[in-house]
Write a protein that binds this ligand. Structure first.
Ligand code: ATP
Ligand code: MG
Length: 203
């Protein structure tokens, strides 16, 4: 029997996208043998508050960052929906697009994993998709405790250590506002786009 099609779904503010995002997506793609990873910028993250940069710019930067990896597919489906954007709706869309046989893998960082039990319709999410939790410096994952809080996670989740790059959008926004370097922490195309459009001048 042929292997099922395995697809990654990677949501985030991407405000802005950086090498930490790209490196973990590539790590998960390689570890799980994903055919592709969809990068899905969030219109508005219910648990997080409003993103700082308008969606069109965040999407443009995601497109630039994904351009040189044929397996990375920018997807604006959450930006085209009226807010708030919930992961369950995105997963349902992917399930409808790819049919029941596809294996859907949600990619999240260790810090976001802590919030999982509070996600809207999380048991439905875990019925439709599996979760790859990726290590992040400064954030440990207690999987047994997480499974106590969220029993539906059992058998539906893998931990992937990842390259553990200590890069965050919060730090990059501060750097940009202060005129400090961001080079080598994000693709040059994204860095030049930010400069060209004068983004993140004020924190
Ligand atoms: P912010 O500082 O604005 O929260 P961020 O760097 O955390 O930005 P997000 O867009 O919030 O980036 O992250 C999207 C997803 O990527 C989340 O699941 C987050 O945990 C994960 N992630 C982001 N950066 C890293 C990193 N360096 N290592 C591992 N996971 C990461
Ligand atoms: Mg974050």
């Amino acid at each position: 029997m042929a292997q099922p099609l395995r697809l990654g779904i990677y949501g985030g503010s991407f405000d802005p996208i950086h090498c930490g995002h790209l490196a973990i997506a590539e790590e998960v793609r390689s570890t799980l043998g994903l055919a592709s990873v969809a990068f899905v910028p969030a219109a508005h993250q219910p648990l997080k508050g409003q993103a700082r940069c308008p969606p069109d710019h965040r999407l443009a930067m995601v497109r630039l960052a994904c351009a040189d990896n044929p397996a990375f597919i920018p997807d604006d489906l959450e930006l085209r929906r009226p807010p708030p954007s919930y992961t369950i709706n995105t997963i349902e869309t992917f399930r409808a697009r790819h049919g029941p046989a596809a294996e859907l893998w949600l990619i999240i960082g260790a810090d976001a994993a802590r919030d999982l039990p509070r996600w809207r319709r999380v048991a439905d999410i875990l019925g439709l998709a599996r979760v790859a939790i990726v290590g992040r410096p400064g954030h440990s994952v207690d999987l047994p405790a997480l499974e106590v809080a969220l029993p539906a996670l059992e058998g539906r989740c893998v931990l992937i250590d990842g390259p553990r790059l200590d890069i965050s959008s919060t730090d990059l926004r501060r750097r940009l506002a202060a005129g400090r370097p961001v080079r080598y922490q994000m693709p040059d195309t994204v860095r030049l786009y930010i400069a060209e459009h004068g983004l993140y001048q004020h924190d």
